[in-house]
Structure formats: structure tokens, C-alpha cells
Write a protein that binds this ligand. Sequence first.
Ligand code: PEP
Ligand code: MN
Length: 359
Amino acid sequence: MVVVMAPEATESDIEEIVDLVNAAGGEAFVSRGVSRTIIGLVGDVEQFGALNLRSYPGVSDVVRISVPYKLVSREHHPNRSVITVGGVPIGPGHLTVIAGPCTVETAEQTLAAARMAQTAGASVLRGGAFKPRTSPYAFQGLGEAGLRILADVRAETGLPVVTEVIDPASVDLVSSYADMLQVGTRSMQNFALLQAVGSANKPVLLKRGMNATIEEWLMAAEYIAQRGNLDIVLCERGIRTFETATRNTLDISAVPVAQRLSHLPVIIDPSHSGGRRDLVLPLSRAAVAVGADGIIVDVHPHPAAAMCDGDQALTGEDIRDLAEMAATLPQLLGRTLTPAPRPVTGAAKLPTGLDASLV
Ligand code: PEP
Ligand code: MN
């Protein structure tokens, strides 16, 4: 059951509901959104019904939810949400392109990739500083030094930054640099991490576990929402199937299915799903056509020398093809490409040691 508070509800109205639910032996989870607060109730639904919560001041609605996730469902929030990342919207009406290197290697490489991302029509920069690699011998990322590079490149380009966080202990550190926290496919059911990002004051990009059903994915989002953070973007990045021609199988139907079940925006990762450069553009077109709210794409100035996922990184001519697609296809389908924010004049500082010829 979910209690939807009216926009004018006061803190004491919210507290009164929480106290009533606690006194009835239940638990109340308060989620404060931009325009309204909702309270998710866990416990005996019949007993909550007897409380007649709708009659209390500040309560706009009380909704019984039949799906196992509540706060992220469309049953309690019928309109699809728009999430903003450093001022950039992701949600209905827009196509938001997020692009950047799979992993931050150097300041030069990251800035060059960010410039490529801008050329491709991106309004948000991606890049991993903490890399959850399948092999313990593979490059694990630059850690905080990588986060510093991302922050410098944001200052230079104006692009807000999304980067992965892999454990609860580093959520504060990553939050102090990033505009959005990414939870990767391998971490989708790391419940301690989900709770930690749920308590952080940053939007979250939640990738679908490669072996997870759509319901499990939405339950993972519910863990985040339950801690008070409803600024979540879902990302379909391919699932494990018997097919070996591609790295993963892009589950294109997950987009409309998740959008029908949940109010959260849904984007597609055509790079990690196909795992092949030649598939990125066709899968990006499919993402726009199926109604995805955005795409997240790997780009690299020298894919052959990339420390991670070079096979799927776009470069050169492919960037121009992606830009053309992003500039034309969304309009045909009644949407607009989200524009990139402008850098704050004077605030920009070239990352140390940057080779200006690369940009
Ligand atoms: C990534 O986006 O860098 C990444 C590791 O993706 P995934 O978690 O989908 O494999
Ligand atoms: Mn990668």
C-alpha cells in the first residue's frame, strides 16, 4: 500500500502517517520526490485499511498495489517520470544520449572521448573509474584519480557525469564527484549497495542484471526507492541467452514492458549488449524506435589501444553516423534530442597534462 501526500502536505502531516503505521505494527518508508512525497507501507494491508488514512490532513490518495514493487510501479504513479542529471532531463518526450569511454584511462583520452560524445549528440558523459571486471587480472580502473579526471572534463565540457559505484563503502566518495551513480549488471542484486545509493542524494542508473527478470530488476529499483531515492533510470544492457554471436542478447521488449510496469525512464546500452562496434548503430536505432528514453554508448579515441571493451567503442565515421541518427530519428517519432548543457564560462580548467591537439 502507498500513501500519496498532497503537494502542500507538511512535515507533521507526514510524521503523523508514519506514527500511525508504526503504531499499527507496520513499517513506513518515506520517499521525497521533487513535487510530492509518497509513503510506502509494509505490513498487514487489512490493518492499514482500518486506519482510514485517506481522511488525514495532507493525504491525497491511498493506493493498494498488486505488484510486488510499489514505489516504482505505475499503479501508484501513473505518469512516467522525468529524472534530471545535472540539469539534463531523461524521460518521456526526449531522447537523451549518454556517451563516453568504457573506462577512464588518462585525462587526454577522457577529454577526447567527451568531445566525441558531444559530437555524437550526447548531453551526459559516461566513464568508469571503478571497474567490476570478470577477471581479477584485468584493469580495475583508476579509482579516485579517475573520478578527478571526470570532474575536470565536466568542468571543461559542461557535461554531467555518470560513473559506476561498486560497493557501499565508496558511495560517498563517488557521489562527491559524480552527477549520477551507476549500478552495473554484476551489482544489480547487491542489496547493501542498492540501499546505500538509495540513501545518497544523487540520481541512479540501474543496469539490468544479465541474468535478471524484469520483475527482479524492478525489485532492485524498489530497494533504492524504499530508501527515499526515486531518481532512478533503468538501463537494459543485454541478458545471457544461448546465443554466442553477440556478447549478450539485447532484450528490446524489456523497454515497453518496463515502461508499462514502472514510471521510471528506461534507456538502452547498445554497446555492452551487442559487444560489437558494427551493432551499436542498428541497436541504437532500434532503441529509439521502441521508445527508449535514451541510449548509453561507449566511444574511444583509439579503440585498438583501449584498456577495456575496445571492440564495442565507436570512433571516427561511426560517431558522425550516430550523431545523424540522434539528430533525425527521434523527431520522426515525436521526440527531441536532449541538448547538451553549456560549460560555465571561466570555471573550466584543462586537466593537468592535457594535449590540446586531441580536442
Ligand atoms: C559499463 O557500463 O561500464 C559496464 C561495466 O556495464 P555493465 O554493468 O552493463 O556490464
Ligand atoms: Mn564496458
